[in-house]
Design a protein around this ligand. Structure first.
Ligand code: DX5
Ligand code: ZN
Length: 217
């Protein structure tokens, strides 16, 4: 099933609960939460208390994207009753296999993200253990950036590998997704679509959610 995951990075943080309920009501399948530490990426966002509040204030499952160094230290803190996917960056993990097992032990779906310049080969020996692979289609750190076109080739290659090896992990794309490219990204094999500015930057968020869902199907 294809899923839309609006990213709250582009929401109004002073009324986060309200904004999340608005997109949830419009049909969003997940809420994508961008956690940044100012070290792995050049920006700082939110931490576990905000994620816990988000979990408590809506019933939509959370897709938690950790753009932080040494994520192992904080995995337990981001595990709320609503955390469905817990995603770490391959570039931030020295012992990725151990980290992935830790996420699974916590009861979340294990996801690993790759920066635009990181090769798919970084995941060659761990794909069997993953529930989801997140391909960054912009450099992580900020919302509202332009989609990096080479991501399309990477996406097609990953979808091909999944088929060849008969695996069932989901593929998520994050960054620069809008009504202009979501159908093409979907056709190339993407299952989960993160959209920050395309949803929360729109005047009518509910209409934006409905349009993106319509186009990705
Ligand atoms: C970027 C974040 C994205 C971001 C996407 O580091 O991981 O989730 O919110 O925003 P848009 O959709 O505006 O590119
Ligand atoms: Zn993200």
């Amino acid at each position: 099933m294809k899923k839309l995951a609006p990213s709250v990075l582009s929401a109004d943080f002073s009324k986060l609960g309200q904004e999340v309920r608005e997109v949830e009501k419009a049909g969003a399948h997940l809420i994508h939460v961008d956690v940044m530490d100012g070290a792995f990426v050049p920006n700082i966002t939110i931490g576990p208390p905000v994620v816990r509040s988000l979990a408590a204030s809506s019933s939509v499952p959370l897709d938690v994207h950790l753009m932080i160094e040494e994520p192992d230290r904080y995995l337990d803190d981001f595990m709320t009753g609503q955390t469905e996917y817990l995603c770490v960056h391959a570039e931030a993990c020295r012992h990725l296999h151990r980290t992935v097992q830790h996420i699974r032990d916590l009861g979340a779906r294990a996801a690993v993200a790759l920066n635009p310049a990181t090769s798919l080969s970084a995941l060659d020996y761990i794909l069997e253990d993953l529930d989801m692979v997140l391909l960054m289609s912009v450099n992580p750190g900020f919302g509202g950036q332009k989609f990096i076109p080479q991501t399309m080739r990477k996406l097609r290659e990953l979808a091909r590998i999944r088929k060849e090896r008969n695996l069932s992990f989901e593929i998520e794309l994050d960054g620069g997704i809008s009504a202009a490219n979501i159908a093409e990204v979907s056709a190339a094999g993407c299952d989960i679509f993160v959209a920050g500015s395309a949803v929360f930057g729109a005047e009518d968020r509910a209409a934006a959610v409905r349009e993106l869902i319509h186009l990705m199907r």
